[in-house]
Design a binder for this molecule. Sequence first.
Ligand code: ATP
Ligand code: MG
Length: 391
Amino acid sequence: MEKTHIICHYAEIAIKGANRKLFEKQLQDNIKFNLKKDCPNCVEKTQRKRGRIVIVLSETGQNNLPKIEEVLKEIFGLAYFAFATKVDADMETMNKAAIEMLSELEFDSFRVTSRRADNRFLFGKQQMNEKIGAHIVETMQKKVNLDNPDATCFVDVLEDGAYFYTERISSSGGLPVGSSGKTLLMLSGGIDSPVAAYYTLKRGAGIVALHFHSVPLTNRASIEKAEETAELLQRYQRKIKLVLVELAPIQEQIMVKSPEKYRIVLYRRFMFRIAEEIAKLENAHAIVTGESLGQVASQTVENMEVIEEVTKIPILRPLIGFDKQEIVNVATRIGTYDISVQPDQDCCSLFVPKHPVTKAKLFEAQRAEEDLDVENQVKTAVENRDEIIIG
Ligand code: ATP
Ligand code: MG
C-alpha cells in the first residue's frame, strides 16, 4: 500500500500547557527545514493536527522513505513517527484498507490500535478496534492477541480521514531545538564537549560554540576540528556560530608569572571569564562544558568551585555523571568521535605542569592573579575574537 503521509508524534511537548503552540511550531519548522535540506522536494506540505504533525509526501517523497526515515530519527522533540496511508473514514473503506495493509505482512496474531482525534466520527476507539478486528479475523483467519501480537494495525482517525500504519519508528525524544533558549558551548577539540553539545541540543537549547586556541604557539588543527564538529552538529541546529578566541597571550603571561601547579586553574578561570563576556554578547544564558566529575585534575569539585568563582552565569555540565566509555559510545553514535580523536594541540595542554593542583584554594588563585593584568587580558581576548558562521 502506497505510503502517502507521515504521522509524527511529539515527545514531552504535549504536556507543555500554554507553550504548546510554540513548541509545536518550532518542531514543525525543524522537520520542514531538515527534510528540505536532505530530501529536497519530498514534502508537499506539513500540517499540525490534534497533537500530531502530519507530513503529506510528494511522489519524490514516496520513493525516498529510507532517506526520510534517517532524517526524522534525528529530530529532537519527536517521540516517534509512522509512514501511513490515508483513506476515507468510513467503515467499509477502513476495513478494506486494514486487509490490504496487513496482507503485506507475515503474521499469525494481530491487534488493532485505534485512536479517534475527530469526535464527529461515528465510532469510539473501542468500537473501531472491535469492528476492524472482527473483519480481519473473518477475512484473513488470523488470531487476536492484545498483549503480544505479531502485527499491529494502527488507525488514527483525524478530521480529514483515517491514517493506517503498522510500524512506529522511534525518534530521538527531547525537545525541539530553539524552544529552550540559547547557551554558550565551550567546544574543545576533545571527545567530551561535542557530546555535551548533543545533550544540550536534545533538551531544546540552541548553542553558540566558543573555541580557545593557542595559534601561533600551536598549529590550527584544533580550530579545524572545532569547525568540523560544528558542521556535524548542524544536523540539529541549522546555523551554528563558532567564536574563536586566542588564549596564547594569556598563557604566556601565566607561564612566566604564576605558580606552575596553578596554571590549569588559572587558564580555566580566564576561559570562563571570557566565555561569560561572550555569552552576554550572544544573549546566551548559560555556559555548557563537557566536564565530568573526576575525569582529569581540573575536574574535581574543589577545582570547579575555584574556577567558576569568576562567573555569575549558570554553568551546565550535561556529562557530569558519565564514565568516559559512555561518552565515547555516544560520540561514536553521533559521529563526532572520529573528528575528536584526530591529533591536535589543545591550548590547555600547553605548558601543563606534571602535578597540577587537584584541590585548588581560592586565595591562592586570587593571589596569583594579582600579578596578571586580568581585566585587560580578558578585554583584549574578547575584542580580538573571530567568528565563523556555519550553515
Ligand atoms: P574534552 O574532551 O571536551 O576536551 P577533556 O576531558 O579534555 O574534555 P578538559 O580539557 O579539562 O577536559 O576540558 C573540560 C571542558 O572545558 C571541555 O569539555 C570543554 O567544554 C572546555 N574546554 C577545554 N578546552 C577548551 C578549548 N580549547 N576551547 C573551548 N573549551 C574548552
Ligand atoms: Mg580537552
